[in-house]
Design a protein around this ligand. Structure first.
Ligand code: HQG
Length: 181
């Protein structure tokens, strides 16, 4: 369970580690890492007081396990969801036969025409189950669940990656692989 302050810090980390490191005057390295010491100093400079043990709590209790420390604990990065171009060293993997994508009605017509596009992010994000896809769609309104024939996509040579926090990623999903409700 994420507390209010944990959520606030998580939002700030998402902004900085996925989209706008410059918001805190930081730079990500090519693999998306930033030094924990630098991050904490920059957060403090912005007027929030966050120490290492609070950061540990935020990473550990995060509802989607969005962030990860390096093995030695000296660096931190977002596991997926970036709009800035970084290589988070995703492992290519065989996906489950079926994956899901939660969206909203207003996008369905465009998705029928041009498939699922990565939009602002580095990949199209797919969920392993309807419940998760439904949560993703709910961020924008009444969720519409699309079913993706990942098995066929994979057989046709499309690559899938599994993020460190269990999100399936791919480059594009053509509408021929999508079952619309
Ligand atoms: C839609 C959150 C028009 C797509 C979530 C989605 C997820 C199209 C939106 C993660 C389209 C992009 C990712 C097309 C796709 N025409 N609209 N051709 N193709 N779309 O946020 O999947 O809390 O970039 O359906 O829970 O919603 O940030 O992707 O509605 O895991 O960790 O364009 O972000 O996780 O939106 O969400 P997004 P998403 P976090």
């Amino acid at each position: 369970e994420m507390s209010k302050s944990t959520k606030r810090i998580s939002k700030l980390l998402s902004l900085v580690l996925r989209h706008k490191p410059e918001h805190l005057g930081l730079q990500l390295d090519e693999n998306g890492w930033v030094e924990v010491e630098e991050l904490l100093a920059a957060i403090c400079e912005s007027g929030l007081s966050v120490d290492r043990s609070m950061l540990d709590d935020v990473v550990r209790d995060n509802d989607k396990q969005r962030f990860a420390f390096s093995a030695d604990g000296s660096r931190i990065r977002a596991s997926q969801g970036h709009s800035v171009s970084v290589d988070v060293e995703l492992k290519q993997q065989q996906p489950p036969a079926v994956l899901f994508h939660g969206t909203v009605e207003k996008f369905v017509g465009l998705i029928r025409e041009s498939g699922l596009k990565k939009m602002q992010r580095q990949h199209v994000h797919l969920s392993v189950d309807v419940a998760t896809a439904s949560q993703v769609g709910s961020r924008r309104g009444k969720p519409i669940i699309l079913e993706i024939d990942a098995s066929k996509m994979s057989a046709d040579g499309h690559q899938f990656f599994l993020s460190a926090n269990g999100v399936w990623l791919t480059d594009h999903v053509s509408s021929e692989y999508i079952t619309f409700p």
